[in-house]
Design a protein around this ligand. Structure first.
Ligand SMILES: Nc1ncnc2c1ncn2[C@@H]1O[C@H](COP(=O)(O)OP(=O)(O)OP(=O)(O)O)[C@@H](O)[C@H]1O
Ligand SMILES: [Mg+2]
Length: 337
């Protein structure tokens, strides 16, 4: 465990004391990108839990630090990124303390990831079957050829693709099918947590929903948890149990999906909700949020959102905000509450 100065720990320890045990517990995570111009803190004191079987959504504008968190917790952050503080516990194990061998077991077996634009990450010169079997052979070398073939066929079946497609090359499949193959690979080792970073953004809406619905069914059958990252708040509300909203490297609000949708508290969350069409009901004029996220090399003092906030008060530019539990399970980092 690295050194911590837990700003968000008070309310979250309260939260975890009453909630069921966490599969993943992130506390006061800090990640810096060591640029030639100096360190850029991309993740600044982020804390949250994911429970077994839970879909936990992470939302926020581009550059808010979502992927950085995902890569940090899987320990696949490339340089110049450095985890400079906090702790990540997975099923009680200290992920930031794992050695290479332990990490190899942890990645894909415990936690797997469907990357942003992953459907283009398949190897164009290998068949779908060979790519699935590659993962199986690497992590389960004891499987016979027949067993690996059978498991690859089973995995395709799980994501709704006919096993005859085992011999297909990626270019012979539609975008939606390629994405299903990537999900099959992520499920190959029966992980306890699947990270999905914008898993379906490149696909049309109907295919997106179809794939997400299927993942939800699989999750219920197989019992894994999901960290779901997307820009699309309506998809996120539909498919997540709880949602954390990020702004400029910090969580500004965390609540159950329905609660966040019906009762958003942070002015940033309210703005985000207004930037997306409603799931149901009449079409409204979308207002969005004026301005743009801060330059992370020089985030504004006090509340990082105050320059864009429509409810700013005099001390918002002076005092940093902390996540506080304002109703059971509903946390917000805003001086209004
Ligand atoms: N290679 C890098 N070098 C320097 N800074 C970086 C680098 N990659 C990311 N950052 C910084 O980290 C911040 C968070 O980036 P990250 O990719 O985690 O955001 P994100 O929320 O996933 O965005 P998106 O929605 O566009 O995927 C960025 O605003 C940027 O300041
Ligand atoms: Mg990202």
């Amino acid at each position: 465990m690295l050194s911590t100065s837990a700003p968000a720990a008070t309310s979250l320890s309260l939260q975890s004391a009453v909630a069921s045990p966490a599969l993943l517990a992130i506390r006061d995570l800090q990640v810096d990108y060591m640029t030639p111009q100096g360190p850029v803190r991309a993740v600044n004191g982020v804390s949250f839990d994911i429970k077994p079987g839970e879909v936990f959504g992470l939302a926020g504008e581009s550059g808010s630090g979502k992927s950085t968190i995902a890569h940090a917790l899987m320990r696949i952050l490339p340089p110049p990124a450095v985890i400079s503080g906090g702790s990540v516990l997975f099923d009680g194990d200290d992920v930031l303390d794992m050695g290479l061998e332990e990490l190899e077991q942890f990645r894909w077996r415990s936690v797997s990831m469907v990357f942003q634009s992953a459907m283009n990450a398949l190897n164009p010169v290998l068949t779908v079957g060979d790519q699935i079997k590659d993962v199986l052979h690497t992590h389960q070398p004891w499987l016979t050829k027949q067993q690996a073939n059978a498991r690859a066929a089973e995995l395709l079946d799980i994501v709704g693709i006919e096993k005859t497609r085992l011999s297909a090359y990626p270019h012979q499949l539609s975008g939606g099918m390629r994405q299903r193959v990537v999900i099959a690979i992520a499920l190959a080792l029966k992980p306890q947590l699947m990270i999905m970073d914008e898993p379906t953004t490149a696909l049309d809406v109907v295919v997106q929903k179809d794939i997400l619905q299927q993942i939800e069914t699989l999750k219920d059958e197989l019992g894994f948890s999901i960290l779901f990252i997307t820009h699309d708040l309506s998809l996120m509300v539909e498919f997540s149990d709880r949602i954390a909203i990020m702004y400029a490297g910090e969580i500004v609000e965390l609540a159950a999906a329905g609660e966040l949708f019906n009762n958003p508290l942070h002015p940033y969350t309210r703005g985000l909700m207004n930037s997306f069409p409603a799931l149901t009901g009449p079409k409204e004029v979308l207002t969005g949020i004026p301005g743009s996220p801060p330059d992370m090399r020089q985030p504004p003092p006090g509340c990082r959102f105050h320059p864009r906030c429509d409810r700013t008060m005099s001390h918002c530019s002076l005092t940093h905000t902390q996540l506080r539990e304002v109703a059971p399970g509903h946390l917000v980092a805003c001086h209004l509450y």
